[in-house]
Ligand binder design. Sequence first.
Ligand SMILES: C[S@@+](CC[C@H](N)C(=O)[O-])C[C@H]1O[C@@H](n2cnc3c(N)ncnc32)[C@H](O)[C@@H]1O
Length: 290
Amino acid sequence: MTGGPADDAPTPGSRAPDALLSRAGVRGDPNRDQHFLVDDRVLDRLPDYATEIDADTSHVLEIGGGTGALTDRLLAVADRVTVIERDPDLTAFLREEFATEIDADRLTVIGGDALEVDLPDFSLSVSNLPYGISSEIAFRLLSRDRPLILMFQREFAERMAAAPATDEYGRLSVTAGHYADVEVVETVPKEAFSPPPAVESAVVRARPRSPDYEVPDDDFFLDFVTAVFTQRRKTMRNAVRNTAHISGLDEPDAVVEAADEDLMGRRAGKVTPAEFAELARLAWEVGEPR
Ligand SMILES: C[S@@+](CC[C@H](N)C(=O)[O-])C[C@H]1O[C@@H](n2cnc3c(N)ncnc32)[C@H](O)[C@@H]1O
């Protein structure tokens, strides 16, 4: 993990982020999740995190194109890029600024909400996400089983990548880890953005994988984990009993009785994903899920 902007020089020939901001004539509105990356070195490293794992760059998806500083870097490594941007002024600007790439069929700009529009069949996503929709968009992307390089608020990124029994480990770590190997590859200071956000950011790299455990049903497993973590201060015994309504279990007591006693005496933060999976299998068998 690198510690923030440092070392290498910006890529020659790429569009300067401050020039893009001034051509677009925007300042960035935090109420609309607009914090534009203005640090060339961070912008240059984002595609590198994908190429260094040999990710397929035939069709790169960017959520939240903004003024196109990252789009420009992605076009340098990808055959084709699709950008989804909600702000109509910014989509108009992107279409004008990148008219040549659009005409050459190398760039598609979709105007709309990334949570609502149909996502294309992308091979990789590299995005500086709108933080207001971090969780929803992250899981929309994770479920596509493609490599992802995503900028989040630092705390969210660290929770996503956390290992069992650490302070950050929780629902997000288990559910994201169900789809991918997740790592924080860089922390990014506020000053790398214009306007600066209130908190630090971090870049996450997610590589799709099949989990090394089996679950009876993906949705049931994810709901079960979520339900247990909503009561993370309780022992598993009490959490499983109390959260039955969320996970849809009709017979939570039967699950508690059949489960390993040591496991039931722990808190959710000390339960590994594989142990959650084993418990979900048991719950599926004896808990009479609806
Ligand atoms: C953090 S900025 C990143 C902009 C640019 N990619 C960069 O790195 O400078 C997030 C962008 O997402 C856009 N945005 C916010 N909510 C969105 C949504 N629901 N769907 C699509 N774009 C959204 C904002 O208008 C903004 O341009």
